[in-house]
Design a protein around this ligand. Structure first.
Ligand code: GLN
Length: 252
């Protein structure tokens, strides 16, 4: 169900993420290796967001990534040092529109969700009700992923860091909707924060760059799987894996 990736490092053409590697995001859209929880291909939309000197740019479509005739040339010609891209396998009952495809975006933040909120939407009614009404009326789409983004964004707007926004949202949704699959991915172009709850995730990192992806893009032996139940905080030269159980301040 859905595949996503985020990159931070020296500027590279987007095609190095989307098309060129043997198991690029495009390849993962029709031949994913580790789908869990239903779904076989990721053909219900895609999106890519990247940082530029003029600010963040996003491109989303409702169809399969592999069938966009213009994207390969576009991706070869656009270089960025910060990007997040996703391909979507819509959860049954959720609409297929470009607005339901990740990345969701505000300011420097790009966000994606791989998974499903169990018991949607009743299970998260209380969490949703705590959001400003305007946030609910302007959700990108009536999907679990768009609501998760609204919850993360609400914390970011209140000044939380990326780690706090992801860890806080995962903890509250996992508590109110047990059994949910909550692989969230968030970047501001400098740091990548990701959670693993029920889906695969791997990371390839060194002093200069970080690449986080649902599935490794190639056979490089430096790819490392991220264990389930983790919040990953990654920057070039710094990789932290915090068990979800340790990510919340202890309550008396
Ligand atoms: N539930 C989300 C949606 O329908 C994400 C689906 C997924 O991870 N496949 O958009």
């Amino acid at each position: 169900m859905c595949r996503h990736l985020a990159y931070v490092g020296p500027p590279i053409p987007l095609s190095r993420l989307l098309f060129e590697p043997p198991h690029s995001l495009s390849h993962q859209s029709w031949a994913p290796r580790d789908m869990r929880g239903g779904g076989t291909i990721n053909a219900d939309g895609f999106g890519v967001g990247w940082h530029t000197a003029d600010g963040p740019v996003r491109y989303r479509r409702a169809g399969p990534l592999w069938s966009d005739p213009d994207l390969p040339a576009l991706a070869r010609s656009v270089r960025s040092g910060g990007a997040l891209a996703a391909v979507r396998s819509a959860t049954v009952g959720m609409p297929v529109t470009p607005f339901a495809a990740a990345p969701f975006n505000e300011g420097p933040w790009f966000f994606s969700h791989n998974g499903v909120v169990a018991g949607w939407p009743a299970s998260v009614e209380k969490a949703a009700a705590a959001l400003p009404l305007n946030d609910l009326l302007t959700l990108d789409a009536p999907t679990d992923s768009a609501l998760l983004w609204a919850l993360v964004r609400d914390q970011l707007r209140r000044g939380s860091g990326l780690f706090e926004a992801v860890a806080g949202t995962v903890a509250s949704v996992a508590a109110s909707a047990p059994g949910s699959r909550l692989n969230l991915l968030l970047t501001d172009g400098t740091t990548v924060v990701a959670s693993t709850v029920g889906h695969a995730l791997s990371v390839l990192a060194d002093e200069h760059s970080v690449l986080v992806s649902s599935e490794p893009l190639d056979a490089d032996p430096s790819w490392r799987p991220v264990p389930d139940g983790t919040i990953l905080v990654a920057e070039p030269g710094s990789l932290k894996q915090i068990p979800l159980s340790d990510s919340q301040p202890a309550r008396a």
